[in-house]
Design a binder for this molecule. Structure first.
Ligand code: PGA
Ligand code: ZN
Length: 426
């Protein structure tokens, strides 16, 4: 049974406060969880409760969310079994009483939801991925490594938020991770030789000033080759445009905030098609805006058979929005972020709906992270076969990859690395 819940303000990878919760069980077990935080957040995400008191942390304090954990959440969860996370989350949802979790704060609810699951797993003396996935979880995810940052994650001239490499040809997660680090260092060398910056953005990718998407893609392909790998066979590429950050005057119109170029949905779709024709790109995330459903239908018709089209801001890990997307034939994959919806069980429901509908699910970090590694376990538990956790540097990114190394080791012969099958039929 849950004996005590403690909340506290901790610091995230951007130096902003976030919520951590400890759940103590009557058997003496303690579980811990914390909430990450986005920069290019979707309009329809659950609410991250911030104090708005400019005298503390520039208004970003989370002391009210922490107080909700200590009082309201503790009151309703004390004495409850930690093993039924669906019940725990429903109790919090009822107590919150809003549709966007603004009552208690999604950050408060998520930290507790994760901490309860962690405590339950601890108490049973099983790994978190076993508690969440039962005997099913055995697939290590192919990492989508964001090695070149732009958009809201970097103070450079690049408008596309993320350029990612995926070691789809690797024989195991461990080897794939090694390959990625080698490409990362090769890219560093290439940028340095060109006199470009090798400082990194929020997700650990390099953040040089570049003239175009194609310049970024070309340096990355050069880095793959310089590290001794073959583009298209060993590595494929992925992009997160985060185009909801490019809203123009009305839906269907886009203006790139940094270089000022304007596009319609059709023109952006043509741009993505051009890039898919020219480079080994297997996945495009948020290629269009979160409210441009018409545009998404066109994009999906044009490119949905050729590449993975991922809805992040479009779906915000919300089953209602995902169901709408499925019925309208928008995209063919969903990005899964725990704090977009605010509880572990609702997150699992979103993955389930996606997988049952033939949509792929990709578990993801946020640009503001903590050392919490729940997403690694979640990806294995639900066999999502793909994970986004940034570049292979910065400890908050690497913590997830290192956790996956340990899981792969623990699974031994039972571990499967899906490689290109990650893009196969669900
Ligand atoms: P965010 O970015 O965490 O800043 O929202 C991640 C993403 O868009 O995938
Ligand atoms: Zn995204």
């Amino acid at each position: 049974r849950i004996e005590q819940i403690t909340g506290r303000e901790i610091i995230d990878s951007r130096g902003n406060p976030t919520v951590e919760a400890d759940v103590l069980l009557t058997d003496g077990t303690v579980g811990r969880g914390s909430a990450p935080s986005g920069a290019s957040t979707g309009r329809f995400e659950a609410l991250e409760l911030r104090d708005g008191d400019s005298r503390r942390y520039g208004g970003k304090g989370v002391s009210q969310a922490v107080a909700h954990i200590q009082k309201d959440i503790q009151n309703v969860l004390k004495g409850v079994s930690p093993f039924d996370i669906y019940h725990i989350d429903q109790v919090m949802i009822r107590t919150d009483g809003t549709t966007d979790k603004s009552g208690l704060g999604a950050n408060a609810m998520l930290a507790v939801s994760i901490a309860c699951a962690a405590a339950a797993a601890q108490s049973l003396q099983i790994p978190l991925y076993r508690f969440l996935g039962g005997i099913n979880g055995n697939r290590l995810p192919v990492p989508m490594m964001n090695i070149l940052n732009g958009g809201a994650h970097a103070a450079n001239t690049v408008d596309v938020q993320e350029f990612m490499i995926m070691p789809a040809g690797a024989p195991s997660f461990r080897e794939g991770l090694r390959w990625c680090t080698e490409v990362f260092h090769a890219l560093s060398g290439i940028l340095k030789a060109k006199g470009l910056a090798t400082s990194v953005g929020d997700e650990g990718g390099f953040a040089p000033d570049l003239a175009s998407d194609e310049e970024a893609l070309q340096y990355i392909l050069d880095a793959v080759e310089k590290a001794g790998y073959t583009p298209g066979t060993d590595f494929v590429l992925a992009i997160d445009a985060a185009a909801s950050e490019w809203k123009g005057a009305k839906p269907g119109e886009y203006v790139l905030p940094k270089n000022g170029q304007a596009f319609t949905s059709q023109e952006l779709t043509a741009h993505w098609r051009h890039l898919v024709d020219a480079y080994p790109i297997y996945s495009i995330e948020d290629g269009l805006d979160e409210e441009d459903w018409d545009g998404w239908q066109i994009l999906t018709k044009e490119l949905g058979q050729r590449v993975q089209l991922v809805g992040d801001d479009l779906f915000v890990t919300n089953t209602e929005r995902l169901a709408k997307g499925i019925s309208l034939d928008c995209s063919n994959a969903i990005l899964i972020k725990l704090n977009q919806i605010g509880t572990v069980s609702e997150t699992m429901e979103a993955v389930k709906l996606a997988q049952q509908s033939g949509y792929r699910a990709i578990v993801s970090h946020r640009s503001g992270e903590t050392e919490d590694t729940t997403i690694a376990d979640l990806a294995v538990a639900l066999n999502t076969c793909q994970i986004k956790s940034g570049a292979p540097n910065r400890s908050e990114r690497v913590a997830k990859y290192n956790r996956l190394l340990r899981i792969e080791e623990e699974l031994g012969d039972g571990a499967m690395y899906p490689g290109f099958q990650a893009f196969g039929k669900i």
